[in-house]
Design a binder for this molecule. Structure first.
Ligand code: ADP
Length: 634
């Protein structure tokens, strides 16, 4: 095939620009990334060699510094790439969400850049931090296609051509930048490999010129990594630093993990697992494609796949790590993993372990747990909704903000219920757009007057989750915007008396309001939740809430129009005034206008747009004129 010059995908160009021009805190990691790619490529061909013995080879990764030519070569005898694979893998970024991510990168100040880039994992492109030019030659294992030569100077384009190569694999030659010559030094290469790639199972060989006894120089090869799989070693022999480095290798993140779980399961299912909880949610964690993320799976130290989603339920997809099973059959095909009972057993076992570690964390290191929950709470909520078996345990892991505590402070249901005053019968919550809006909601007036705390929920999925928790430790979870509150006997009888009196006094007014607002309101009644506002809208006990209705609308989903209950505050002077007006002249046209305004006010306090805002504002203006006249006339 002829030589071609191609343009990088726009996203790649932007990423390259960032990698090359923004100060990256740690250039060393380019070698970690290239070695990780090489090891992945070997893992892949070794897996194929289980069924195609002709592909067997002495697996190795070579690092060759050349001081006379200023180049560093990293080569492997892994699976290699065809020409089209080179174009696809090296010229484009397949990761979804890249565009959004790059936009975030551009917006952030340079201080946060390294961390953000670290979250993304720039992989191969990180080599441009240290190189002016990169040549890559690759030949695909088991294919007759010629090898491919790819050359780029890290600008907008690259060239691609046929090449000669005997063995399958990939060889990458970096033409080092003048200020990066340090990467030609044996000690530097050894240091980096020891730090980041020591546990790579395949030998990493340093091939370099060494002085001989007779003072002449000769090429020598030396294995510079210990090749010990970290997850197989006893936990008490592994330092925190080693765990961190392995996490870096696994996740390509440049940030430390929040927590690691090193676990050895025995009994009906035997496996070793080394799992990590990241310290920050990755930028694309809400991306549907992320759902396919999974753990790396090894069977008896043989790499099977870098992503086995069936090892964990979907809601734990933020966890990174490795599982090495000693009792799954080695000849298992990747397609068969899904329905394998052995995999299911590991899955169950891991979930139990992860939940118990999180429980441990919430009890022992609350600050760390809070930070975990702030970033990953959404996943736990998803679990409450989807994992019936572990639902009760997951509920214990939920944290919430509450009305009586400062913004950002988080409490568990246990903590909330322990602090409930004796006369409070239910656990109250309210869902809405933001804390600021919720704090002012008229639905909370009575609860606030009693100093009853209320869980504040601002994530759109919260309401769904809470609906699947009808009660906690014998106490009902109750939306502050629905149905009637369960009150202590004394308050209940006081409220009943008051309501009874109001019903008698305002019978005609209530009837009038019901009739006038018939098409929007299914009932008009006296409220037990209002102490300040004249009115509010509430939903029936089993109806979807106003918040839920808004969410459906935002998603453009059809929902039958819900008629709500208009609650009136029996103590508000407006009610008495309206009643007087009605008594004076029940056919006064102003009455209907006021009824509609009352309803519009209730809508506004819920943050629901009015059907006819112009009419509303005209009416308010008229009222203001009347009010001002009254003032002046005094
Ligand atoms: P990542 O490794 O995160 O996928 P990279 O940018 O490092 O991202 O690499 C992109 C892709 O290029 C890899 O997924 C792999 O398919 C291919 N690739 C990179 N290096 C090699 C290599 N040494 N051998 C075979 N394929 C490689």
């Amino acid at each position: 095939m002829p030589e071609e010059t191609k343009k990088f995908q726009t996203e790649v160009q932007e990423l390259l620009n960032l990698v090359i021009h923004s100060l990256y805190s740690n250039k060393d990691i380019f070698l970690r990334e290239l070695i990780a790619n090489a090891a992945d490529a070997i893992d892949k061909v070794r897996f194929e060699s289980l069924t195609s013995p002709s592909l067997k080879a002495e697996w190795q990764i070579k690092i060759e510094p050349d001081k006379t030519r200023n180049t560093l070569r990293i080569s492997d005898n892994g699976v290699g790439m065809t020409r089209s694979e080179v174009v696809e893998n090296i010229g484009t970024i397949a990761k979804s969400g890249t565009r959004e991510y790059l936009a975030a990168l551009k917006k952030s100040d340079s201080k946060n850049l390294p961390e953000l880039i670290g979250q993304f994992g720039v992989g191969f492109y990180s080599a441009f931090m240290v190189s002016d030019k990169i040549e890559l030659v690759s030949k695909k294992a088991g294919s007759d296609e010629k090898a491919t030569l790819w050359i780029s100077q890290g600008e907008s384009s690259y060239t691609i051509d046929d090449a000669e190569m005997v063995e399958h694999g990939t060889s990458i030659t970096l033409h080092l930048k003048p200020d990066c010559k340090i990467y030609l030094e044996d000690w530097k290469i050894q240091e980096i490999v020891k730090k980041y790639s020591d546990f790579i199972e395949h030998p990493v060989k340093l091939v370099s010129m060494k002085k001989q006894k007779d003072e002449s120089s000769a090429l020598e090869e030396e294995i510079i990594n210990s090749q010990k799989a970290i997850w197989l070693r006893p936990a008490n022999e592994i330092s925190d630093e080693e765990y961190k480095q392995f996490y870096g290798h696994l996740s390509h993140f440049d940030t430390d993990p929040l927590l690691h779980i090193h676990y050895s399961a025995e009994g009906t299912s035997e496996f070793k697992a080394l799992l990590f909880i990241p310290s920050k949610a990755p930028f694309d964690f809400l991306n549907p494609e992320q759902r396919k993320a999974g753990l790396h799976l090894y069977i008896k130290r043989v790499f099977i796949t870098e992503s086995c989603p069936d090892l964990l339920p979907e809601y734990l997809r933020f966890i990174k790590g490795v599982v090495d099973s000693s009792d799954l059959p080695l000849n298992i095909s990747r397609e068969m993993l899904q329905d394998n009972p052995g995999i299911h057993k590991i899955n169950k076992n891991l979930v139990r372990k992860i939940i118990s570690e999180l429980k441990n964390l919430i009890e022992k290191d609350r600050e760390k747990y809070n930070s975990f929950f702030t970033d990953f709470g959404r996943f736990i909520k998803e679990g409450v909704h989807s994992d019936f078996q572990n639902k009760d345990k997951l509920i214990e892991l939920l944290l919430f903000e509450t009305l009586n505590n400062a913004d950002g402070k988080l409490f568990s249901l246990k903590e909330y219920s322990e602090k409930m005053p004796a006369e409070q019968k239910e656990i109250y919550y309210i869902c809405g757009e933001s804390r600021a809006v919720l704090e002012k909601s008229p639905h909370l007036e009575f609860l606030r007057s009693r100093n009853f705390d209320v869980i504040l929920m601002t994530d759109p999925i919260d309401e769904w989750i809470l609906q699947s928790i009808p009660e906690y430790s014998g106490k009902k979870l109750k939306s502050a915007g629905k149905g009637d509150f369960e009150l202590d006997e004394k308050t209940k009888s006081e409220k009943e008396d008051k309501t009874k009196k109001a019903v008698e006094e305002h019978k005609t007014l209530v009837e009038f309001l019901k009739k006038t607002l018939e098409k929007d309101v299914r009932e008009v009644k006296f409220s037990t939740r209002l102490t300040e506002s004249p009115c509010c809208l509430v939903s029936g006990e089993h109806d979807p809430s106003i918040q839920m209705e808004k969410m459906f609308k935002a998603m453009n989903r059809e929902m039958p129009k819900m008629k709500r209950i208009l609650e009136l505050n029996p103590d508000h002077p407006l009610v008495a005034s309206l009643q007087s007006l009605y008594d004076k002249n029940s056919s006064d046209p102003k009455l209907a206008e006021f009824a509609e305004m009352l309803y519009d006010q209730a809508l506004l306090t819920e943050g629901i747009p009015l059907a006819d805002p112009i009419k509303f504002s005209k009416r308010v203006a008229t009222l203001m004129v009347d009010g001002i006249k009254g003032e002046i006339g005094k």
